[in-house]
Design a protein around this ligand. Structure first.
Ligand code: OSB
Ligand code: MG
Length: 372
């Protein structure tokens, strides 16, 4: 088993990158990506992780401040008690802390990157993935007018994105989906409600069946699994759960109840790459599709999502888009770009393959602390 000898230092940064365009969902409008980054160093090799939290608790209860506290006060102190340890040991110790999956994932990510770099291998190899290019997908925010939306969809379709997701909310749904489908009859299309509906809205959701959607993502309450099983039985469109699935047990519950046909695995939301792998394996065995979600990550977090998709089970296109769709400038050396066929290549090199540019880090950072 691969081991890290001991931790020499841990640095925490917050960077604030402007988004190319504001990103509107049923729960917020985001104009910046404010990312909490972690750099863990051992024997002169550093691994980087990105916490997928936002400054606010509108997608989930975790925020940059709660994660930073949990990392500083609990997770790193656990690491400091260990000598010559494996990732498995770390994850077992982290189990004592309930929830705070995004904080745990950030630490796990940095350790995996560090380990892969120390052993001189790409991250996908360390986690048991297969060398391959991965599919792309784009998530388009809620727009004020239809022309704007059509323009974004046309752009994504021209780029050969493998599927297009549009954000919806109550009142901005049926008519929009109908118009999009009419104008773009052949695109692989899906919608994400970010928990904006209740079971009583079933008459609205039922109308989505006419639009040949790949799935409807998180229609009901952010922590509901049970009532989604009622909904899935009454509509033909496959339900995909995002917010509700926070660990392997949630995935098992959703599968047992028939609450969804697809799960969006965000490695941060479920507590890291290793849990993601377990959920993907479980779902694949049960004939439930999985894909890798995104949280508007910088190049660091996005690289983890790319490596994640080399694991067995990730057969559906996820929310991995090119860098230029999010930022004019990122903080890493290798931007994500789509190949002419819409695929994305794994960044070359050890660990994630992407490296933080110190000039960009300096320019975009709004906080730095050495915590060890
Ligand atoms: O629900 O999938 C979501 C972004 C922030 C928070 C939640 C979600 C999203 C996205 C964007 O849909 C995915 C991406 O391109 O990173
Ligand atoms: Mg979602």
């Amino acid at each position: 088993m691969k081991r890290i000898k001991k931790i020499d230092s841990v640095d925490m940064y917050v960077v604030r990158l402007p988004l190319v365009k504001p990103f509107e969902t049923s729960f917020s409008v985001q104009t910046h990506r404010e990312a909490l980054l972690l750099k863990i160093t051992s024997d002169d090799v550093s691994g980087w992780g990105e916490c997928v939290t936002a400054p606010d608790p509108y997608y989930c209860y975790e925020t940059n401040s709660t994660s930073s506290d949990i990392i500083k006060d609990f997770l790193i102190p656990i690491l400091m008690t260990l000598k010559s340890f494996s990732i498995e040991t770390v994850l077992q110790k982290f189990d004592r802390i309930r929830g705070h999956n995004m904080a745990k994932a950030a630490v796990e990510n940095a350790l995996l990157d560090l380990l892969a770099r120390q052993y001189g291998m790409p991250l996908f190899q360390l986690i048991g993935g297969e060398d391959q290019k991965i599919m792309s997908g784009i998530s388009i925010g809620i727009k004020d007018d239809m022309d704007n939306l059509f323009e974004s969809i046309q752009g994504a379709s021209d780029k050969k994105y493998h599927r297009i997701k549009i954000k919806i909310k109550k009142g901005k749904d049926v008519e929009i989906l109908k118009a999009v489908r009419k104008t773009f009859p052949f695109i692989r299309l899906m919608a994400d409600a970010n928990a904006d509906y209740a079971l009583e809205d079933i008459h609205i959701l039922k109308q989505f069946d006419a639009f040949d959607l790949m799935m409807i993502e998180q229609p009901l309450n952010y922590d509901d699994i049970y009532f989604h099983s009622f909904l899935q039985k009454k509509i033909d469109t496959p339900v995909c759960l995002d917010e509700s699935i926070k660990n392997l047990n949630d995935a098992k519950t959703a599968v047992a109840l028939g609450s969804c046909k697809i799960i969006n695995i965000k490695q941060g939301r479920v507590g890291g790459m290793m849990t993601s792998k377990a959920i993907a394996a479980y779902c694949t065995d049960k004939n439930i599709g999985v894909w890798s979600g995104g949280m508007l990550e910088t190049g660091i977090g996005r690289a983890f999502n790319i490596h994640l998709q080399t694991l067995p089970g990730f057969v559906l296109p996820g929310d991995t888009s090119e860098t230029s769709r999010y930022f004019t400038e990122d903080i890493v050396d290798k931007p994500v770009v789509l190949e002419p066929d819409g695929f994305i290549k794994i960044p070359d090199g050890f660990g994630t393959g992407v490296n933080v540019l110190s000039e960009k880090l300096d320019r975009f950072k709004i906080f730095h602390a050495r915590i060890v």
